[in-house]
Design a protein around this ligand. Structure first.
Ligand code: PEP
Ligand code: MG
Length: 325
């Protein structure tokens, strides 16, 4: 079956009625990135820098980081790469930086930690900018943002890092585009203000679901409650897409939902046209998109939005798949 999907990987992901969907990779390890990119991805939609940090015994130095980030950008040839600043805390521990909290998912994680440790944050930003060099390939993404002040502070650090490097190292160096993860629900209601500050957003549906439903994304006891197809989640995603369009803010989705066939159908129907997923989903999603029409999906979404549970939504989309086989 994988073979059947893989045969079409070279063809662009485009619906039967001509809507082009850009498919990107989620990555963290370098080993196979080059071949994964060559295999039909439009770029890297989420590079999780906490993964190389976890492979070290201490915080990697600026030059060590530059090397890793350069390799990522090279592996991507000239395609865009969205590099996320350190997202430790929550479910992502760093052995050499232990954090003990009662509610780690509501605690010190992502951008909160970076802003409390500017010496670490500035090193990471400097390393990214240097790796990006004079090309426009690199985009920087901030995780776990929960208010506008955090964005403003991060922008100030990015400016500082960029100005230092421009003056001391290379005056032609490019300032990367900046985006934030949309994964804390309150920000869904501040997209107008977000759009005035950043160049793009990326919906982290894993954490967004966890926080909208108040269900731990990793706790097996409540795993049946962790439902990305909960009608409330779907409405939030639809509203986010609409607001981003309204405020001219480019938006992608990089949570697991963007690599699941049912999720992709619903997201594309909402108007999302940039999806970032694990390498294992890429061929299948490309294959699927080439066999649906956007107008059919819009009708399906209208129906899905009248349903009352995630279970019903899944059944509806499965029936649609079966009717087409
Ligand atoms: C997300 O939260 O959806 C996401 C992509 O980030 P992570 O899974 O790394 O928390
Ligand atoms: Mg997340």
């Amino acid at each position: 079956l994988q073979n059947k999907y893989a045969q079409e990987l070279d063809l662009p992901a485009e619906t039967m009625d001509g809507k082009r969907i850009h498919l990107y990779l989620n990555a963290g390890l370098l080993s196979s990135l080059a071949s994964e990119i060559a295999n039909g991805a439009d770029g890297v939609g989420l590079y999780r820098t906490e993964i190389p940090f976890m492979l070290h015994q201490r915080f990697p130095s600026e030059s060590e980081q530059v090397k890793v980030y350069q390799q990522v950008l090279e592996a991507a040839s000239d395609r865009p790469v969205v590099m996320r600043t350190l997202d430790v805390g929550g479910d992502k521990p760093l052995s050499y930086f232990p954090i003990n909290e009662e509610n780690p998912f509501l605690g010190w994680r992502g951008i909160r930690l970076s802003l409390d440790h500017p010496e670490l944050f500035l090193v990471q930003l400097r390393a990214m900018i240097q790796a990006g060099d004079e090309k426009e390939q690199l985009h920087i993404l901030l995780p776990m943002v929960s208010n506008l002040e955090e964005i403003d502070q991060a922008i100030a650090y990015l400016e500082q890092a960029y100005n230092e490097l421009k003056n001391d190292v290379n005056k032609n160096i490019v300032k990367p585009k900046l985006g934030i993860m949309l994964e804390v629900p309150a920000l869904l209601y501040q997209l107008a203000e977000v759009a005035r500050r950043v160049d793009f957003v990326s919906v982290g549906s894993n954490d967004l679901t966890q926080y909208l439903l108040a269900v731990d994304r990793n706790n097996p006891r409540v795993s049946t409650l962790y439902d990305c197809y909960h009608p409330g989640i779907l409405r939030a995603l639809k509203r986010a897409r609409f607001d981003c369009w309204q405020y001219n803010l480019p938006v992608s989705v990089c949570g697991e939902l963007a690599g699941e066939p049912i999720g992709v159908i619903l997201l594309v129907a909402m108007g999302y046209d940039q999806l970032s997923m694990n390498q294992g989903s890429l061929a299948r999603i490309n294959y699927l998109l080439r066999r649906v029409s956007h107008s059919d999906l819009s009708e399906l979404l209208q129906m899905a939005l009248t349903l009352t549970s995630g279970q019903e939504v899944r059944e509806l989309v499965r029936e649609y798949f079966e009717s087409r086989e």
